[in-house]
Every structure is written in structure tokens, then in C-alpha cells.
Design a protein around this ligand. Structure first.
Ligand code: FES
Length: 162
């Protein structure tokens, strides 16, 4: 994966963001796609990148933020190289999701909703991911893991650490 370059000396991120803006013809109507590509590059939406988008598209920052916060797929905080999501929907909840989440917090050393200081992993709770029959469900880097047990958590943690 490409190394992260969180800020240039000026804090602009222009070198990284401008090619993305150009790819979409700096079209205001393609703001979501532009933000998706920025999120893919950094794994989150750095403030400096949003400022660049706002200036380049001539869209108010408030509007850029409104879009960035509307979609759950976007994050305004740095995310880890691995993202572990525990489904806390009803079906998963009654099948032990809270215990799974507690163990993941302990074993990964990161609280729910937070990212490890070394940016190795982000742990978060999500609502139903549409695989209720497989509950409890954990999504590791977009891959659905079904029928997760406390033993299976050990294997998941190993995968994250490897
Ligand atoms: S409640 Fe977890 S997948 Fe539906």
C-alpha cells in the first residue's frame, strides 16, 4: 500500500488531491466520488484535503462537511490499516456480539470506536450488515466472518497482527 502523506509542509495536500479532482473534471456534482477516492487514498478524509476540495470546486466547507458526515463510509478521523467491525444488530446482539466486542477490545488493545495509536487497527460497532443468519458477525477489512465465537476471535486477532 502507498505510504501515507498526511500533510505537505503547507498542509495543503494539493499534490495528492489535485489529481483526484482532475480525474473528475473538478465537477461539483461528483463530490461524493471525489471524497470516495480521497478516503481510499488516506483511509479517512483529512481536514486539509476537504479544504482543498472546497477551494478547488468552489463549494462551501459546510457543504463538503455535510456530505462527508452524511455517508457512514466516510471517516473524518484516521483509520487503521485493518478495520474490524462488530455487528451489533439485534440478531447478532442476542447471539453474543457484546462478548465478541469485549474480547476484541481486550485482545486488540483498542476501545470500540477507536483506532490504535500505531494506526494498525480500527475497531467499531456497526448495525445489521445483512447477514443475520450468520450471526454473530464480524467484518474484517470488508470480509464477512460468520458464526464468530470467542475462539474464532483469537484467529481474527492473529490475522490482524500478522
Ligand atoms: S444483525 Fe448482524 S448481520 Fe443482521
Amino acid at each position: 500500500m502507498e505510504a501515507m502523506n498526511p500533510t505537505t509542509p503547507s498542509g495543503c495536500l494539493c499534490e495528492d488531491v489535485d489529481p483526484i479532482l482532475d480525474r473528475y473534471g473538478r465537477d461539483q456534482g461528483l463530490l461524493v466520488s471525489i471524497l470516495q477516492d480521497i478516503q481510499e487514498k488516506y483511509r479517512y478524509l483529512p481536514k486539509e484535503a476537504l479544504e482543498r476540495v472546497s477551494a478547488a470546486l468552489d463549494v462551501p466547507m459546510a457543504q463538503v462537511y455535510a456530505v462527508a458526515t452524511f455517508f457512514k463510509a466516510f471517516s473524518l478521523k484516521p483509520r487503521g490499516r485493518h478495520v474490524v467491525q462488530v455487528c451489533m444488530g439485534t440478531a447478532c446482539h442476542v447471539r453474543g456480539a457484546p462478548l465478541i466486542r469485549d474480547k476484541l477490545e481486550r485482545d486488540l488493545g483498542v476501545k470500540n470506536g477507536e483506532t490504535a495509536a500505531d494506526l494498525s487497527v480500527t475497531l467499531e460497532s456497526v448495525n445489521c450488515v445483512g447477514a443475520c443468519a450468520l450471526g454473530p458477525v464480524v467484518v474484517l477489512d470488508d470480509e464477512v466472518q460468520g458464526h464468530v465465537t470467542l475462539t474464532k476471535v483469537d484467529a481474527l486477532v492473529k490475522k490482524v497482527r500478522s
